[in-house]
Design a protein around this ligand. Structure first.
Ligand code: PGA
Length: 225
């Protein structure tokens, strides 16, 4: 009886998240764990393509990701803003300029995430929908590597604002004020359609939908959206 009053106190919960969600997922898990100390939590961090495979093979309880898949039947509920921004090193000639025309980016090189990255997909879609060609530079499989590459002057990139909170604070990177940016996107809580959520998964779903935005949105993100 006590157990039912105190909420879910047992079970293991497997959560898989996009690499951009990794920047706040542990914060959510810490709070959730305090409230449900009996639940064992597992976190898998990977890119969009692997997340879609996990949903397809039903090998995970819940997924937090950018764009939900179309080729797998899922339930998808938006829970937080995910603005994408153009990043540059602080000494870049465009840093501090206002209203940079999109066409100006044709002169720049872009550090790219790997095929299979949701960020890359969103970035390519953004430019192609506007008929804007961009020059691809080096390709990297981690947000961290992309940020270091941009800092080192290898090019610009487009990333989720959540991935650069610390770099903005310490001025190691800046965002560029480019026409059309921030690209306003959202994160979704996703699971296979028809899946019977365990009590632990149900509790986490409720928690994310009702509280994640308040807990995880950094001030700069709130200002940008
Ligand atoms: P990814 O994450 O770029 O690591 O795939 C972003 C997303 O799925 O939105």
């Amino acid at each position: 009886v006590l157990e039912s009053l105190k909420g879910v106190s047992r079970g293991t919960l497997c959560i898989a998240v996009a690499s951009t969600v990794n920047y706040f997922a542990p914060r959510l898990m810490a709070i959730f764990q305090q409230r449900h100390p009996g639940i064992g939590l597992r976190l898998d961090v990977t890119n969009r393509e692997s997340l879609v495979q996990m949903l397809d093979s039903n090998s995970v309880d819940l997924v937090l990701m950018g764009v939900p898949p179309r080729n797998v039947e899922v339930e998808a509920e938006a829970f937080m803003d995910n603005p994408l921004v153009v990043i540059a090193p602080p000494d870049h000639p465009l840093a501090g300029e206002h209203g940079i025309p999109l066409a100006r980016l044709a002169e720049e090189t872009f550090v790219m995430r790997e095929e299979g990255s949701g960020t890359r997909q969103a970035m390519e879609r953004f430019f192609s929908e506007r008929g804007q060609e961009i020059r691809h530079g080096m390709q990297m499989t981690r947000n961290e590597a992309v940020k270091q590459a941009v800092r080192s002057g290898l090019g610009l990139s487009v990333v989720s604002l959540h991935t650069i909170e610390l770099e903005l604070e310490t001025r190691r990177l800046v965002t560029l004020d480019v026409e059309g940016f921030p690209d306003r996107r959202q994160w979704y809580l996703v699971y296979r359609r028809g899946k019977r959520l365990s009590p632990a998964a149900g509790a986490f779903r409720e928690f994310v939908l009702s509280e994640a935005a308040r807990i995880a949105l950094p001030t700069r993100v709130i200002q940008a959206v």
